[in-house]
Ligand binder design. Sequence first.
Ligand code: COA
Length: 376
Amino acid sequence: MASTTEFSPGLAGVVAGATKISHVFGEEGRLIYRGYDIRDLAAQGSFEEVCALLWDGRLPSRAELEELGQALRSEYAVPEEVLSVLRRLPESLPPMDVLRTGVSLLSSVDPEYGDDSAGALRRRAIRLVAKTPTLVAADARRRAGRPFVPPDPGLAFADNFLYMLHGERQPSSFVAALDKALVLHADHSFNASTFAARVTVSTLSDMYSAVTAAIGALKGPLHGGANEAVVHMLDDLHTVDDVDAWLHERLARKELVFGFGHRVYRVDDPRALILRESAAVMAREVGAFEKFEIIERLRELMLKEKNLHPNVDLYSGIVYQRLGIPTEFFTPLFAVSRMAGWTAHVIEQLGDNKIFRPLASYEGPDHLAYIPLDER
Ligand code: COA
C-alpha cells in the first residue's frame, strides 16, 4: 500500500482515485468527458447524448440515443407519494434542502431497490436524472403559488424542464441555451460533490445515499451555491463605474469574489468562456448589457489584482435569469445536470471499489490523565 504522511489541506494536489469519466486540464483550461472536448459537446451534442457518453463510455448511435431518450422520458413522472411529502415541507426550507429530501425519498419508489447489478444501476441512473427536474420544477411552482405541471413525456429533457417550470413551452433558443448549460455542468472530475458521492458509495451503501450526500455538498457557496452568490453579489453593482471601488473594498475586507478562482484551473474555465458567449447574447436581448459590462470589468480587475480567472458560475446567472429561472433555483438546476455525472461516478466506483479511508494529521493532545467527573 502506498503511504504518505504529507498533509495536503483540502486534499489539494492529491490523487484520490482513478476515473475514465472526465478530466480537467487545469493549466490548459480544457475539460473532457470520456475523451471528448467539452467545447465540441456543447456546440454539437445534447444533454441526453452526454448522459449516454458518461454512463456508457462512448457516444451513442442514433438508435441508442433514441432508446435512451425514450427511457428518460418514460421516467420523468414522480409518484404522488413523494410529491406529497415535499408539499408538506415548510417554504422556509431552501430549495436545495427540498431537493435533497426529494431525491432521498426516490429510493422508496424504486421498483428495483437493492438490485445493484449493472443493468439495475444504469436504470437507476436514468430514473434519477429523469426525475430530478420534476422535483425541482414542482418546488419552484409551489413557491410561486402556481399549480404543479406534470412532465410531458413527448418532450426532450431541457424542453420538458422549462415546460414544467413555466407551464408552457419556451422558445427553441431558450431550450438550446438550457441544453448547453446542462451539457457544461454534467461532470467535472473529482469535485467536492462527486467525491462525496464516491466516498458514500465506497462503503457499499447505495446510489440514492450517494447522490443525496452529493446534493448536500453541492449546496455550499464554495461549490454549486456560488452561482446564486454571484447574482446576489452583483445586485450591489448598478453601473460599471461602481466596480473599481466596490472591488477594492471587498478585497481589502478579504471577502471572496464569487465566480472567480478554481482549485484546478489556472487559466480561464472553458465552461465560463462558452457561457460568456450565451450570456452576452442574452444580455443584449433583454437590454441588460450594463450587467454584462459590470461582469467584464470585474473580470479585468480580478485578473490584474489577484491573477484569478472567472469560473463557470460567473456567467451562468445571466443565462438562467433570461430563462426565467428564479435565483434560488440556480443550484438545484446545477444538480439536475450534475446528477448525470454523480450517477456515472457511482457506477464507476462500484465497478472497482475500495472504501475511502484516508489518514488524518492528529493535532490534539495525547497521554492526558483521566480526571474523574467529581474532581473536575
Ligand atoms: N475571491 C477572492 N480571493 C480568492 C478567490 C475569490 N473568488 N478565490 C481564491 N482567492 C484567494 C484565496 O483566498 C487565496 O488567498 P490567500 O493565499 O491569501 O489565502 C488565494 O486566492 C489562492 O486561492 P486558491 O488556493 O487558488 O483557492 P482554493 O483552491 O482554496 O479555492 C475556490 C478554490 C473555488 C473555493 C475559491 O477560488 C473560491 O472560494 N471562489 C469563490 C467561490 C466560487 O466561485 N466557487 C465556484 C467554483 S466553480
